[in-house]
Design a protein around this ligand. Sequence first.
Ligand code: GDP
Length: 741
Amino acid sequence: QRPAAEVERGAFLSRCMEIVADQRENANGDCGSYPMECVRNIGIAAHIDAGKTTTTERILYYTGLIHRMGDVDDGNTVTDWMEQERERGITITSAAITCHWTQREEPLAKLFVGVPHRINIIDTPGHVDFTAEVERSMRVLDGAVAVFCGVAGVQPQSETVWRQATKYNVPRIAFVNKMDRVGANFANAVAEMRRKLGAYAYPVVLPIGAEDRFAGIIDLVNMRAIRYDPSDEMGLRYEVAEVPAELAAEARHAREELVHAVADKDDEVANLVIEDQPVEAGVLKRAIRRLTCRIELVPVLCGSAFRKRGVQPLVDAIVDYLPSPLDVPPAPGMDPADPGRPVEVPAVEDAPFCSLAFKLWSDPFVGKLVFFRVYRGRLNKGDFIYNPRTQRRERVSRVLMIHADKRIDVDTVQAGDIAALVGLRNITTGDTLCDEDNPVLLEPPTFPEPVISMAVEPKTHLDQQRLSVGLQRLAEEDPTFRCFTHEETGQMIIAGMGELHLEIIRDRLFREFKVEAHAGAPQIAYRETVTQPAEGEGKFIRQTGGRGQYGHVCLQIEPNGRGQGLAIENKVVGGAIPKEYMPAAIDGVNEALAGGVLAGYPMVDVKVQIVDGSFHEVDSSELAFKMAGIFAFKDAVRRAQPVLLEPIMKVEVSTPGEYQGDLLGDLSRRRARVHGIEARGQAVVLNADVPLSELFGYATAIRSLSKGRAAYSMEPAYFEPVPASVLAKVLDQSGGQARYD
Ligand code: GDP
């Protein structure tokens, strides 16, 4: 009798072979379902200009190619095919793109040595202004490739992207790109990852040559050289050979370092090292995978996406090291009937359907798409899905997978898959779509609070109508963008993450919705919060003949930790407030939260517990409980030492050294907290946290102080209490005059 593990592996392999056969037969080629262990949902994260687009494009070339090669005999046919593909154009701008990869021994071999894998590449924006976009993509991917520039190493924005991946517990592999460029230095990039990012980063490949002599890589796990044929511009032909003699010592040393780094954290490899046994490729690879999936190790590869070198080994590494949906913790959610009761949604196929809509997308060919990730169960075309937020069900008529060159209709999607729904309404980013009988609310991504707002005024009546349609659509797509009507002035206000963000919105209003509108000066979005716990009581009692009103709510509030947002909990026991009135009381608290008490700004980071109250058999009503909720909350806030919070921006200035002193002086006049001054090549990089209200005129100031040679970027970082010394000024300005540029 065969051991269980072997039987399991046998079954697994035959299932995979069925998939291969299925793919070959199926005209579409790609829509058969994959076992979850053969799926990778990844993001490619990078500093702008590090080569994210080029790398993604190359991955799509090679994966599309390999998959379709089937019976292609020689490289020429393949090259022709790629030329045609290029002419047809390849979509790499989509919220998610599906591709396939099967590892092979030789680049053009027909023999599969691996099993076919499906790789979904989820778009992650490179611009830090769009933190929310990064956040929601991080939420649905299981692993990431961090692309670094081999010349610049770890750049400031790569740190931001890295920290975001850390925040969301995303396992990573690193790709040091641009190895062909003058000044490329692999060892330096790895050293910077360790020093600046604190990453436990170890090369799994070494470059063969650098700059214009960059010829390929040494695969340290298998100890072999992959050398690209210099005459093949497509990067398709490479030779797999012995490690060249002149690099043998370096490679042996690097492998030893890798083995020791792994042994420090992995028992299986540690035991081999202690016993002085060789660590074979398969054993090492599996250990690297275990550590990478647990975010304890970052394997580092290198190549040149532009010169088409080292991309196939990168895709191999995605399959080898990054987690499948089975290797990551279950998705956190809660019971919609009892918010506060956490529910876990593990990746299982035979269970009630549960998925997260993470992006709305207008596709030029099929129109409005809702991208979603399935966490549990499966969805068939024709099924109904339930949206716990709207408490509505909708029938799914079409499900698509987006490939680089085509959109494929699929009949079924299952746990681990990423796909797009067509023709659904009433769905917005962050919605859970699930089985009606087993509703779950998946933890939606959290979005940073807007820091800046602006009034927009349509020019004509027609513009007015287009404006509301346009704004509504834009807000649906982008949860960090808000629009509302100012209660007192009746003006339409748009709010977002920064001036650039609002500018893009205005531009889209003009181009896509043909709205002509004036825009007011940008204003700062202040917030309010409390600094102490306090109790509050609110009663709404009216007894004027006929039926009266009676609502009574007692609650406790406390600071909820910076960035933790709002939480309202029902802690009432024994029916002091009947169940049917609780939603109204909570509504009241929510309404009061939105208006603050100091200067009318929304409150953040407050935890509210409704603890007690009373009711009247006849006179109680929803309205009375709502009012009592408002009063109780305001009562508590007044005792809880409320403060005004201002948005603090994270500012990064890069300047030639000679202007450093002047720029620092200017920053300190702006109440900046400088926490880093670092030489980077010829430039000095200053990092500081600066209140947004003090950044008035910064673009002009930095230009004149540095004769136009310094550059800066900023992104919202956090909110902080306005210091007493400037509070009066801020309150005065916030009457509508607080502005910055
Ligand atoms: P993204 O902004 O991160 O998406 O970067 P792109 O892929 O658009 O690349 C930015 C620039 O770097 C483009 O001009 C690319 O041609 C170039 N580039 C990308 N990868 C490489 C590479 O491996 N070597 C060289 N020399 N240039 C590259």
